[in-house]
Write a protein that binds this ligand. Structure first.
Ligand SMILES: Nc1ncnc2c1ncn2[C@@H]1O[C@H](COP(=O)(O)OP(=O)(O)O)[C@@H](O)[C@H]1O
Ligand SMILES: [Mg+2]
Length: 346
């Protein structure tokens, strides 16, 4: 079982968007359901209810049953920080009060590991199994695939294990297979609409599984490590996106790319050169927040005590690394037009 996650007053005020006095801030919370350390730690659920209260929003009044925006972390190469960024922004968006669903779409299951779940020993129902049963018209229950990471449905995970690698073998036989995941979402809209955002961590390869995730999106999040190899991988990914856009143009499908640069180190000139190339080659597509190279990110995984693993924001909330993840998450709220209980707040 993971430790209860929360942030202290200063960060909680920032996430809520409140700059008044601490006493007025505390008045936003309903004391009845709080434990003794209530004044010390604010959970994602606390922050959501405070934001809704502050803006006078009644969350029970939701009009739209729509699939929320999907942020699919992609790169045609391993080790660029896809999982780090995916898990990081998931925890940050949840602490901004958004209800977040993470889907581990990589058979390597690193996102699953980041949240302390040992896929080798646990019984995992992954997204491939759910889609397979949906396609075969067999019974399935998405609720049984969910691992609650934060209370109150603030951060849920559909975990993965190595058997997800089998997906292409059965996807191959389907017609219109690129849209399998989209059809699965639409069919289960009653389950998915309760989230404000869905995050998918993808494998590096270009295959039917990674394509079907991309075909449910309007904008992928390309995570580029600032070196020459990653720039080449970005070209491969851009070609993959072009192919999908050409193939499905007639269906009104168009996929955009938003780029986040990761691993910036001021003393390496190669980082600066890669950044310049990125800006020139993909004008207007690069996020303003550049994620620095930081050892804090490397401390996220506890190999011998999985339950102590967690994102940099959970483990070192005041670090420079956590700051960059918070800033990135804030900019993505805008970029992907995320809504809190149907309301656009930033
Ligand atoms: N900004 C960063 N600074 C330092 N190390 C990083 C950074 N981003 C990721 N890492 C480390 O690089 C390795 C690969 O990151 P990961 O997120 O697993 O990449 P991917 O999912 O693209 O394969 C991990 O050990 C991770 O801790
Ligand atoms: Mg990964």
């Amino acid at each position: 079982m993971r430790k209860a996650v929360g942030v202290k007053l200063k960060l909680a005020k920032e996430f809520v968007g409140f700059d008044g006095k601490p006493a007025d801030f505390r008045a936003l919370f309903d004391k009845n359901d709080k434990t003794d350390n209530y004044h010390n730690l604010y959970s994602a659920q606390d922050i959501r209810s405070a934001r809704l209260k502050l803006h006078g929003i009644d969350p029970s009044i939701t009009n739209k049953r729509i699939i929320p925006p999907i942020i699919n972390c992609r790169m045609a190469k391993g080790g660029t920080g896809k999982t780090t960024i995916c898990g990081g922004i998931a925890t940050a968006l949840s602490l901004f009060g958004y209800k977040v669903l993470m889907i581990d779409g990589d058979p390597q299951a690193s996102l699953t590991g980041l949240f302390g779940i040992n896929w080798a020993t646990e019984d995992i129902t992954h997204i491939g199994e759910l889609m397979f049963k949906y396609c075969r018209k067999e019974n399935y229950d998405i609720n049984k695939a969910i691992w609650p990471i934060y209370d109150g449905g603030m951060l849920d995970l559909i975990a993965s294990d190595i058997s997800l690698a089998n997906s292409d073998s059965w996807l191959m036989s389907l017609s219109n297979r690129e849209f399998t995941f989209k059809k699965f979402l639409d069919t289960n809209i009653e389950f998915f609409y309760k989230y404000d955002v869905i995050l998918i961590d993808s494998a590096p390869s270009t295959n039917l599984l990674t394509n079907t995730f991309m075909c449910a999106c309007t904008k992928i999040l390309a995570v580029v490590w600032l070196d020459g190899q990653s720039l080449k991988a970005m070209q491969v990914l851009a070609a993959n996106v072009d192919e999908l856009n050409n193939a499905f143009e007639g269906m009104g499908f168009h996929l955009n790319v938003h780029i986040v640069a990761n691993g910036y180190h001021p003393s390496y000139s190669s980082c600066k050169e890669s950044l310049t190339t990125l800006v020139q080659s993909y004008p207007g597509m690069l996020n303003n927040v550049i994620i620095p190279h930081s050892t804090s990110f490397m401390r996220q995984i506890e190999l011998f005590k999985e339950e102590d693993s967690g994102t940099v924001l959970e483990r070192e909330p005041n670090s420079m690394a956590a700051r960059s993840i918070i800033d990135l998450a804030r900019s993505l709220i805008k970029e992907y037009q995320l809504k809190l209980a149907d309301n656009y707040l930033i």
